[in-house]
Design a protein around this ligand. Structure first.
Ligand SMILES: *[C@@H]1O[C@H](CO)[C@@H](O)[C@H](O)[C@H]1NC(C)=O
Length: 127
């Protein structure tokens, strides 16, 4: 399991991408993506860990809250959005085993938080 941390400050608005917390060498991300309020922000995640790491999870941690799962994605499968993340505000793509995106639409200050991507070979619970 590799987790990548993203910060989203929606005032300004920018996405700060902190490269992998673990084993970062084979996971790549843009470092910073600037956005403005009202825009849509797309975070990308890709890895070179091999095609067995085909499961991708996106998490969000709002200030003062715990990390929450937003969506679980598999290529060629309908994405499984958690209840707080259903509807038009959020979308995800999973074109292949190696990459995926998570989009937050119509960015607002309340979207400020940390966003994480995780990839896994197994359907194990993520700690
Ligand atoms: C954000 O995405 C929605 C739905 O895909 C689209 O209708 C809208 O025009 C986008 N907004 C911006 C600012 O690009």
């Amino acid at each position: 399991m590799d987790i990548i941390k993203h910060g989203l400050l929606s005032w300004l608005i920018f996405l700060l991408w902190i490269k992998g917390l673990t084993d970062a060498s084979d996971v790549t991300q843009p470092d910073i993506l600037w956005e403005v309020q009202g825009d849509n922000a797309t975070m990308t995640c890709s890895h070179t860990k091999g095609s067995s790491y085909y499961q991708m999870y996106w998490y969000r941690q709002l200030p003062g809250e715990t990390m929450k799962l937003a969506v679980f994605t598999l290529a060629n499968t309908e994405h499984s959005f958690e209840p707080d993340f259903r509807g038009d505000k959020y979308s995800a793509t999973k074109p292949d085993a190696h990459s995926g995106t998570f989009t937050v639409k119509n960015l607002q200050p309340a979207d400020k938080g940390l966003y994480f991507c995780a990839v896994s070979q197994h359907s194990d619970t993520v700690n």
